[in-house]
Design a protein around this ligand. Structure first.
Ligand SMILES: Nc1nc2c(c(=O)[nH]1)N[C@H]1C(S)=C(S)[C@@H](COP(=O)(O)OP(=O)(O)OC[C@H]3O[C@@H](n4cnc5c(=O)[nH]c(N)nc54)[C@H](O)[C@@H]3O)O[C@H]1N2
Ligand SMILES: Nc1nc2c(c(=O)[nH]1)N[C@H]1C(S)=C(S)[C@@H](COP(=O)(O)OP(=O)(O)OC[C@H]3O[C@@H](n4cnc5c(=O)[nH]c(N)nc54)[C@H](O)[C@@H]3O)O[C@H]1N2
Ligand SMILES: [Mo]
Length: 860
């Protein structure tokens, strides 16, 4: 495991004729710019600016030269090439060559046939024959996929038999082609994203307040006086926002996280506060902060009067969701008056001292300043829980302080991947017409919601599940239960030969007996592939295999990225695979020549007019310049922030959403409701989420809470690792740093179970909660990470009664213990709210190999 580079302490200099392409980082939302240089092995540039493609004189300054791990050698068609993957010093997002630790490893993660670490890359279509995945040709694979679809949907009479689980992330060209296949060609509503089971919003409380989930410009993190970071570990997961914007701007940070992370310590060391709340108590904490702001009269009355809806009847007219969950300001203040939200009482439930609640309220409201410049950022610690309450409470604070639409203000997600989600035009209609799942709340009936497609795989409604670029058997909720179902439902008749009629016979027999066929479209085999019948090899377009693509980052900056390598020669880009499938089922509008054709179709036919991500200016600007949209975007070097308009024959971007009317005519309305006013959301611990049993959020919290001898076991990310580690598990330094998954434990909890740092621990939950089913069992293993109290110079990463682990580690993933709690008003899973008991299994064997030093020591 050394990478492909034979001499990893030197970097060759690209010659002047090296091929240069623009890329974004393949990893997180921030979307740092990179440039890639490619040239044949054997050639080399010289040390003066006119002798090399970088245009720099050596020795060069920081950021101007690539480091050794930004260089690799790949092989294509028998020829070896040098590849350099270095930060783009000119790109506005990460000027000066900044990059994350993950971004810096992108060259090392490129596929090449001459490196055994990549041997498991999927290179040919395969079908499971007699139990073994067997290579077949593309025609057979696509025909098998089509026949499985025809059987599952009864030749189209019952489209519900097909389910698709496709990434939300990736490039707009691929998500467009995939959703076109699912919604338009097949007509099934059973669509789920890569991280959740339905086409829901991740931030219902924000969206329903009339706010955009991505409303800010990165520079706002530099301009804010206070920044609230709730359940968002921006230092490890959206690194460059932290290092290039937050630290340089010097905002006081209010960090809301049950763990004492580096970020939490950084906040405390630099004029901010860490609210170390008990797991899952955010709605109470956030309401207590809001109550103190209102009690002190620090709220922005003028803004609220002008911009927040205050008439009950008008709110009700906005639709069922607002009828149920929207409030007037008066109703909202009344709700905050509940004794539960008095700081002293909230302190008891949340574990955050009342004085800190008041301190946070003051930092957020900034009573001494004429204008409040607070930026609110949240991510998975809030989203994967009480998603309406948590995100609604953050939206309420934003509106309460009127801190939105100006530089240094706003509300936004921290973000996961860069976004490239684009559905075809009729997607919304498809859901409304075909969805049958209803929110069965007390006051709301007959309401359509996108169905939970994973539940429909479990209950048998879906009999052909098409999974693309994600690993549900590992990332979903209550995964032991899901895997048992997948095993059972795929265990029926198996094809005995590669003959297409034999394949069809077996699929038919299986499906007619209540079974399931799974197609998995992937780069590498993962947990889900174990159950797959049809396995299709995709090109890694994120790392430059294939054509040119578009996607946008956390400040809605859309940019084109160029492909620069091939990948496995028999693999195909995802859109190509979707196009073959669609055409086989009779579609006559999927005959694209390349990814640019798709982008042109999107800009010309479905530009998303009027939305936060509207592309409407691209086609007119392209036309004015006598180009196609894709050709035009190639000329927009720095990308352009959505919504995109056309002015004088060029595209114009929008730095931030919700600017006051008149500043720029960007949207029909300042806030996204029919009147243009925002709506406070009812954030209520007593909201009923299950009418049959009369369960409230508070009741579910009690059921999820650890019992005797159990701990909360929450989960999330670590700076060095990316997702299911499909790239990182191949890197030598990762295998040294994290040879196994870790579980952070408080020394008292560890001692109680005779566990020491470096021991292998099993976590078991024999009571995995199901809102609408029977509770299940689940367990996983990880290596105990326990700090010696003397070394914990800035505190323990976890408090007593809480454990934290990485959620996607191969073979040691944690979701078997996580609850099947999905809010019926918006089916997002409560992935963060796991619990379990600890058991020492024995020595892990890596005690002396792995570092157990503190990871949370932050500078002043
Ligand atoms: N290094 C790295 N970066 C990544 C990724 C990666 O795999 N690795 N993945 C990307 C993706 S897809 C995503 S979605 C984002 C996710 O980005 P984040 O949401 O920042 O990531 P997490 O670590 O999952 O969760 C954030 C924090 O939530 C805290 N938390 C747990 N329970 C609670 C709770 O009840 N309340 C509160 N307030 N906090 C809680 C955890 O302690 C954790 O520190 O990261 C992106 N960036
Ligand atoms: N407990 C818990 N569970 C969670 C979360 C949590 O915080 N806690 N977070 C949720 C979130 S936010 C996320 S994002 C998910 C992550 O769950 P997944 O999305 O399942 O995880 P990834 O590792 O991102 O999976 C991406 C897969 O796509 C493949 N791939 C990459 N590029 C391409 C491509 O171009 N084409 C194709 N066909 N395949 C490709 C990779 O090989 C990899 O196997 O987990 C979710 N589950
Ligand atoms: Mo994510």
């Amino acid at each position: 495991m050394t990478g492909n580079n034979p001499n990893s302490s030197e970097v060759p200099i690209p010659p002047t004729d090296a091929e240069r392409s623009t890329r974004s980082c393949r990893y997180c939302i921030v979307g740092c710019g990179y440039e890639v240089y490619k040239w044949p092995v054997g050639e080399e540039g010289g040390p003066t600016a006119d002798e090399n493609a970088l245009g720099v004189d050596y020795p060069a300054g920081y950021g101007e030269w690539p480091s050794p791990n930004m260089h690799e050698i790949i092989e294509e068609d028998g020829q070896e090439y040098h590849i350099i993957f270095k930060p783009d010093t000119e790109y506005p997002v990460n000027e000066d060559g900044a990059h994350s630790i993950r971004g810096g490893t992108q060259a090392e993660s490129l596929y090449t046939p001459n490196n055994e670490d990549y041997d498991d890359r999927l290179k040919h279509p395969q079908i499971r024959i007699g139990g073994e995945l067997t290579p077949v040709d593309w025609d057979t694979a696509i025909e098998a996929w089509a026949r499985a679809t025809e059987i599952a949907t009864e030749n189209g009479d019952d489209p519900n038999g097909y389910g698709q689980k496709l990434y939300f992330y990736q490039f707009v060209e691929n998500t467009f082609a995939g959703t076109k296949l699912c919604y338009d060609v097949i007509g099934s509503p059973n669509w789920g994203g890569h991280n959740r089971p339905a086409l829901t919003t991740e931030v219902p409380g924000i969206v329903n307040a009339g706010l955009a989930q991505w409303s800010y410009a990165y520079e706002d993190a530099e301009k804010a006086d206070t920044m609230v970071l709730a359940g968002c570990n921006v230092k490890e997961n959206q690194n460059i926002i932290f290092s290039n914007y937050i630290t340089s701007g010097g905002a006081a940070l209010v960090v809301i996280d049950p763990r004492r992370t580096f970020l939490a310590n950084y906040a405390e060391n630099n004029g901010g506060v860490h609210l170390q709340l008990n797991e899952a108590t955010d709605p109470i904490l956030l309401n207590a902060i809001a109550r103190h702001i209102v009690d002190q009269g620090w709220h922005a009355e003028g803004f609220i009067e002008e911009w927040v809806m205050d008439d009950r009847a008008t709110i009700d007219e906005e639709g069922w969701y607002q009828e149920e969950l929207g409030t007037t300001p008066e109703e909202y203040y009344d709700l905050l008056d509940d004794e539960r939200y008095a700081p002293e009482n909230a302190a008891e439930t949340t574990g955050v001292p009342a004085a800190e609640i008041r301190e946070a309220a003051e930092l957020i409201a900034q009573p001494d300043d004429e204008e409040t410049n607070t930026l609110f950022m949240l991510e998975k610690g809030l989203i994967w829980g009480w998603s309406h309450e948590n995100t609604g409470a953050m939206a309420n604070l934003t509106l309460l302080t009127g801190s939105v639409g100006r530089p240094g203000t706003g509300i936004t997600r921290g973000g996961g991947h860069q976004e490239g989600f684009w559905t075809n035009g009729s997607e919304g209609d498809a859901i409304a017409e075909r969805s049958t799942q209803t929110f069965d709340g007390e006051r709301v009936e007959d309401v359509t919601l996108p169905p939970n497609a994973t539940e429909r795989v479990k209950n048998g409604e879906v009999s052909h599940w098409h999974v693309i670029g994600n690993d549900p058997a590992r990332h979903s909720y209550s995964t032991q239960d899901l895997r048992n179902t997948l095993r059972e439902r795929t265990s029926g008749a198996q094809p005995q030969s590669a003959d297409i009629d034999e394949i069809e016979r077996a699929f038919r027999e299986r499906i007619e007996n209540g079974g399931l066929v799974i197609t998995h479209q992937e780069l590498y085999p993962n947990t889900t592939t174990q159950y797959a019948d049809i396995v299709l090899p995709a090109r890694a377009v994120e790392s430059g295999e294939g054509g040119d693509y578009h996607r946008w980052n956390g400040e809605r900056r859309l940019r084109q990225y160029e492909g620069f390598m091939e990948g496995p020669s028999n693999a195909k880009e995802d859109w190509e695979i979707f196009a073959m499938m669609g055409q086989r089922l009779g579609a006559d509008d999927m005959d694209w020549e390349d990814s640019r054709d798709i982008f042109n179709e999107i800009c010309e036919e479905y530009p998303g007019t009027g939305g936060d991500h509207s592309l409407e200016g691209i086609a007119p600007a392209a036309e004015a310049n006598d180009m196609t949209p894709a050709e035009y975007m190639e000329t927009v070097d720095d990308g352009v922030q959505q919504p995109i308009y056309e002015e004088d024959g060029e595209v114009q971007g929008t730095p931030r959403i919700h600017a006051p009317d008149g500043e720029r005519e960007v949207m029909d309305h300042r806030f996204h409701t029919s009147t243009g006013e925002a709506i406070f959301q009812r954030v209520d611990w007593d909201r009923v989420v299950d009418t049959d049993e009369g369960l409230t959020i508070g009741d579910v919290y009690d059921r999820l809470s650890p019992g005797e001898d159990e701990l909360w076991v929450t989960n999330g990310r670590l700076e060095q690792l990316w997702q299911n580690m499909y790239t990182h598990e191949r890197l030598e330094y990762i295998n040294k740093r994290f040879p196994q998954n870790i579980i952070q434990l408080h020394p008292n909890d560890a001692a109680e179970h005779d566990i020491e740092a470096g021991d292998l621990v099993e976590v078991t939950n024999d009571d995995v909660f199901h809102l609408n089913g029977e509770n299940e069992d689940g367990s996983f293993t990880a290596v105990a990470y326990v700090l010696d109290p003397e070394e914990a110079v800035q505190g323990m990463p976890v408090q007593e009664g809480l454990a934290f682990t990485y959620w996607m580690y191969p073979g040691q993933a944690s979701n078997d213990i996580n609850p099947a709690y999905l809010d019926p008003a918006n089916p997002n899973p409560g992935y963060k709210y796991g619990k379990g008991t600890l058991r020492r299994l024995g020595e892990s064997g890596i005690k002396d190999e792995m570092s157990f030093k503190p990871m949370n020591v932050a500078p002043e």
